[in-house]
Ligand binder design. Structure first.
Ligand code: DC
Length: 219
């Protein structure tokens, strides 16, 4: 079984998907983390031009799984789960994720991961491109201001020195690139259920979505 949640950056997809996975007793897959790992590989290899990077993509080993209840990503055997959250990676990830060959590469990893078990996954194009036949699809959204405020608070809690304005500009830029790229842009699948989280508390949005899942999938 696969449940997907798509939506723009900072809409609360990952934290909600994690919480839902925990309460339903299924696994969580963070597809953005895989794009971030590819981006980290690109940065670490000295930002080669696109053709050169694509030619060597299959040499990359990217794995995902759970360690102590936390979604974990390995790049060439190294746990990079923290490193992929830095603004160095966030600033380039949309650009790297817009390369069709990178999308094919990440999609293959995702299919391999989910074939083994039940998953709830979050991303941008899961309902429209990667898992078109998903058992249930959600599209989460919130106003730009609310998304920037949430992401800023998250980063401050982690001790990152960043202003609200910098977070706002990064989200604005990423939304634009994610929604306007040619390959599988961010958009709501026709059969996805839209959840607007503006003004909702975390618990409210989780319980709303949990009740939809229970009702639709009888679990
Ligand atoms: O969810 P996130 O912010 O960690 O995602 C990082 C980037 O990866 C995001 O800016 C766009 C890209 N992405 C994508 O293109 N398709 C997905 N399914 C997930 C993420």
């Amino acid at each position: 079984m696969i449940i997907v949640i798509d939506g723009p950056a900072g809409s609360g997809k990952s934290t909600t998907a994690k919480k839902l996975a925990e309460s339903l007793g299924i696994n969580f897959l963070d597809s953005g983390a895989l794009y971030r790992a590819v981006t980290l590989a690109w940065l670490n290899s000295g930002k080669p031009d696109t053709d050169k990077f694509i030619n060597n993509l299959t040499d990359l080993s990217i794995d995902a799984g759970e360690v102590d209840g936390k979604f974990t990503v390995w790049l060439n055997g190294k746990n990079v789960s923290e490193e992929i959250r830095t603004s160095r990676v966030a600033d380039s990830v949309s650009e790297i994720a817009s390369i069709p060959e990178v999308r094919n590469f990440v999609n293959k990893i995702m299919h391999k991961v989910v074939e083994k078990d039940n998953y709830i996954a979050d991303g941008r194009d899961l309902g429209t491109a990667v898992f078109k036949d998903a058992d249930l699809k959600f599209f989460m959204d919130a106003t730009m201001e609310e998304r920037a405020r949430r992401r800023h608070n998250e980063l401050l809690e982690k001790g990152t020195d960043i202003t609200y304005d910098e977070v706002y500009q990064n989200l604005l830029k990423r939304d634009h690139t994610d929604s306007n790229r040619k390959a599988d842009p961010l958009r709501k699948a026709d059969d996805a259920i839209k959840i607007d989280t503006t003004g909702k508390t975390f618990d409210e949005q989780v319980s709303l979505m949990a009740s939809i899942i229970k009702d639709r999938l009888k679990i």
